[in-house]
Design a protein around this ligand. Structure first.
Ligand code: AFP
Length: 340
């Protein structure tokens, strides 16, 4: 008989047993995220049949059009943590203000931050989507409590909704990959302690916005496209309009995802992606797998946001490409080495 599959719950519980001082609360929370991921996957798979595709008719706090499924996924996550007194506050890309759960207004417990449905432009065409989450210990309460560096995350991860539903998470000792087995409704361990390639052959960026980029960003992307076998170029473009989908690809294959800032004076001088809901959690996962995440001038995990919905430029992926992007960004001589 083949060995019993390792379920998400078993993996989390076994990790808890070798974690000194663990109370089991974080374990429960991670397991609930698994359940929320399954509920969101179910809503997505039936959306075309239940009339939940299309726009919700409102805008989120970023001024972006909300899709009905953005709202559904957000509601599932808010509801998921509204019992059991583990989580005192949740904050979401889709909500202007955090939700503070009544039973724990005095503080303590955990804060969960999320982008409920990343890549929403893919919803109506059945493209890749994701849910990104970040877990922090709550300190003295209030929103200011959440405005801290990415090093304060105790866990982070994402659920990827593609041909298969995947869950990747880290608590700071490696990043682990699970695949939902639809036959039994469980996430099963498929790769323990992911290790991403130090260098890849793909890049993901919305080149339709190249006109707005700073010259050094254009120079970097042009560099990737030049033909030079010795340094493994040209790279292939791999842009899916879902950060989770692209980052997951590069986690497995190596490469770099970019959402650069506009040149000074442009419309989006800080880029598009949100520090707390997208950049910090994915940076935590990718670093745990041996990769890097940078704004071009700063390590993403070092960034302390000045507001809940603050944005930063993001370069995330294999160590070598992200370091190269930093060298271009700072105007240093890139001097890329030959491909090994
Ligand atoms: P939405 O979830 O609002 O569609 O944003 C998706 C995203 O944050 C990221 O997942 C994509 O890579 C990027 O934005 C797409 O943005 P562009 O449409 O500007 O390429």
């Amino acid at each position: 008989m083949s060995p019993a599959p390792i379920t998400l719950d078993r993996f989390i519980l076994e990790a808890q047993q070798v974690s000194p001082g663990a109370t089991g609360e974080l374990s429960l929370l991670l397991m609930r995220l698994g359940v929320a991921g399954k509920r969101i996957a179910s809503a997505l798979s039936r959306a075309g049949l239940t009339g939940t595709l299309g726009a919700a008719g409102a805008q989120n706090v970023q001024g972006e059009e909300q899709k009905k499924l953005d709202v559904v996924a957000n509601e599932i996550l808010v509801e998921t943590f509204d019992y059991g007194s583990l989580v005192t506050v949740v904050a979401s890309e889709e909500m202007e203000e955090p939700v503070v759960y009544a039973q724990k207004e005095t503080g303590g417990g955990y804060a969960v931050l999320f982008d409920p449905l990343d890549g929403s432009s893919n919803i109506d065409c059945n493209g890749t989507l994701g849910t990104i989450f970040s877990i922090r210990r709550r300190k003295d309460g209030g929103s200011a409590d959440l405005l801290r560096s990415g090093h304060e995350q105790v866990a982070a991860g994402y659920v990827l909704f593609g041909p298969a539903v995947l869950l990747v998470y880290t608590t700071g000792s490696g990043a682990h990959l699970f695949t939902l087995d639809p036959a039994i409704g469980e996430f099963l361990l498929t790769r323990d302690s992911l290790s991403m390639p130090e260098r890849g052959r793909g890049y993901a960026v919305n080149e339709g916005r190249a006109h707005a980029w700073a010259p050094e960003v254009r120079a970097f992307v042009d560099y990737l496209k030049q033909d030079d076998k010795a340094s493994g170029r040209p790279y292939s473009t791999r842009y899916s309009a879902s950060l989770v989908g692209d980052v997951h690809r590069f986690l497995l294959e190596g490469g770099i995802y970019l959402y650069p800032p506009d040149a000074p004076g442009g419309k989006s001088p800080s880029g598009k992606l949100r520090v707390l809901y997208e950049c910090h959690p994915l940076a935590f996962v990718v670093e745990q797998a041996g990769g890097r995440a940078s704004t071009g001038t700063q390590r993403v995990l070092d960034v302390v946001p000045d507001s809940l919905h603050a944005r930063i430029p993001l370069a995330i992926g294999s160590r070598e490409e992200v370091e190269l992007f930093d060298r271009f960004s700072s105007g240093r001589d890139p001097k890329p080495g030959p491909r090994t």
